[in-house]
Design a protein around this ligand. Structure first.
Ligand SMILES: [Zn+2]
Length: 106
């Protein structure tokens, strides 16, 4: 189902494009089908915003994705916390070695 009845401000069927911005990477949106040299209108609408109100399945899937993301984030945090003591130990060893070298030189 690639074709929907979505029209832009110039009454043409809108085109689906994929966002490439860092804020919304891979997010799809409707926009004017005209090319830049054909003077496109300012029509713009996110694809997922439209489906949100229509189907609950989409919302549920989104929730699952969000929960997945959160779970992965907390996993990462746990891994970071595990790594920190080791880094601190390494830092301490370096300082002790530097201190020892300074003392020996004196
Ligand atoms: Zn247009």
């Amino acid at each position: 189902m690639a074709e929907y009845d979505v029209f832009c401000e110039c009454k043409r069927s809108a085109a689906i494009r994929t966002s490439r911005t860092s804020k919304n990477p891979g997010r799809r949106f409707w926009c004017c089908a005209r090319l830049k040299n054909e003077k496109p209108c300012n029509f713009f609408m996110w694809l997922d915003n439209e489906t949100m109100g229509l189907a609950d399945d989409g919302l549920e899937e989104k929730l699952k994705q969000l929960e997945d993301k959160l779970a992965r984030k907390s996993m990462k945090n746990k891994q970071l916390k595990k790594q920190k003591p080791e880094q601190f130990m390494y830092f301490c060893i370096v300082i002790v070695v530097m201190f020892a070298v300074m003392v020996l030189k004196l």
